[in-house]
Design a protein around this ligand. Structure first.
Ligand SMILES: Cc1cc2nc3c(=O)[nH]c(=O)nc-3n(C[C@H](O)[C@H](O)[C@H](O)COP(=O)(O)OP(=O)(O)OC[C@H]3O[C@@H](n4cnc5c(N)ncnc54)[C@H](O)[C@@H]3O)c2cc1C
Length: 219
C-alpha cells in the first residue's frame, strides 16, 4: 500500500501543494524524500504498508516480535498440531564467536564442527518430536504437548508494517557498512530482514536509496 509519491503528498499537505490524483514521481519528489530522511521528518513514511507472510524458527519469531510497531498474527500451537519442520544451520552459517559482548564477529567453523552441530540438532529434534507426538497420541492437549518442542521448530506469521517501522527494523536487524550506527543482528533474523529489504527497494526505491545514503537511520 502506498508509494514514494504518497510519502511526498503526505509531506506536502502541510503547504497544500500535494497532488491529487497522484502524479508520477519527479525530480522534486526525490529531493523532498531526501530532505525528509536527512532531517528525520518521519511521519510521512508511515503513510503506506506492506504485509509479509514469514516462516522461520521460533527463536527468530521471538526477536522479530520485539518490534512493537510491527503488527503480527501468528499460527497457534494450541489450535493446530505443529509440523516436524526444524531449523538446522547449514555450512554457510558462521559458527565461531570472536570478540566481546556487543562487538561479536562470527567466523565459519571446521567441517567437524558442522557435523557436530548437525548431529546435536538432529538428536534433540527427533527426541522432542517423538515425545510431542507421544503425548498427542495419549490424548493430551496440544497446548501441553508443545512444551517439549525446542525453539528451532518453525512457526509462521503475518507481519504488517509501514516503511518507517521497516527502516527501524532494518537498521537493527541487518549489518551494512553504510550504517551510521552498526548493529550486530543474529544471522537468522538478518536473512529475514534482507528478504524484506528487497521489497522496500522494489516498491519504495527513492525512500530506500535515501535510507542508504543517510546512514540507514529510520527518520
Ligand atoms: C543486536 C541486538 C541485540 C539485542 N539484544 C537484546 C537482549 O539481550 N535482550 C533484550 O531484551 N532485547 C534485546 N534486543 C531487542 C531490543 O532491545 C529491542 O527490543 C528491539 O531491537 C526492538 O527495538 P525497538 O524497541 O527500538 O523497536 P520498536 O518496538 O519497533 O519501537 C520502535 C521505536 O518506537 C519507540 N517506542 C516503542 N515503544 C516505546 C515505548 N514503550 N516507550 C517509548 N518509546 C517507544 C522507540 O523510539 C523505538 O525505537 C536486541 C536487539 C538487537 C538488534
Amino acid at each position: 500500500m502506498g508509494s514514494d509519491k504518497v510519502i511526498c503528498n503526505a509531506a506536502r499537505v502541510s503547504t497544500s501543494t500535494h497532488e491529487i490524483p497522484e502524479a508520477i514521481l519527479n525530480g522534486k519528489d526525490k529531493g523532498l524524500i531526501r530532505y525528509l530522511m536527512r532531517n528525520r521528518h518521519g511521519s510521512p513514511f508511515e503513510k503506506n504498508g506492506m504485509i509479509f507472510y514469514i516462516e522461520a524458527p521460533i527463536f527468530v519469531a521471538r526477536e522479530f516480535m520485539r518490534h512493537r510497531h510491527i503488527s503480527v498474527n501468528e499460527m497457534s500451537g494450541r489450535y493446530v498440531e505443529l509440523k516436524p519442520e526444524f531449523y538446522i544451520p547449514d555450512n554457510n552459517r558462521p559458527l565461531i564467536e570472536k570478540g566481546k559482548v556487543g562487538e561479536y564477529t562470527f567466523e565459519l567453523g571446521e567441517d567437524w564442527q558442522y557435523i557436530a552441530v548437525n548431529a546435536a540438532h538432529q538428536n534433540v529434534y527427533s527426541e522432542a518430536w517423538k515425545n510431542y507426538k507421544g503425548m498427542l497420541d495419549r490424548g493430551i492437549a496440544r497446548e501441553i504437548a508443545r512444551d517439549v518442542l525446542p525453539v528451532g521448530i518453525y512457526t509462521a506469521w503475518y507481519a504488517t508494517l509501514n516503511m518507517r517501522a521497516m527502516m527501524h527494523f532494518l537498521s537493527l536487524r541487518t549489518r551494512d557498512e553504510r550504517a551510521q550506527y552498526p548493529s550486530g543482528p543474529q544471522y537468522e533474523i538478518e536473512l529475514v530482514a534482507n528478504e524484506m529489504e528487497t521489497y522496500l527497494a522494489e516498491y519504495f526505491t527513492v525512500t530506500h536509496e535515501a535510507f542508504n545514503d543517510f546512514g540507514r537511520v529510520a527518520p
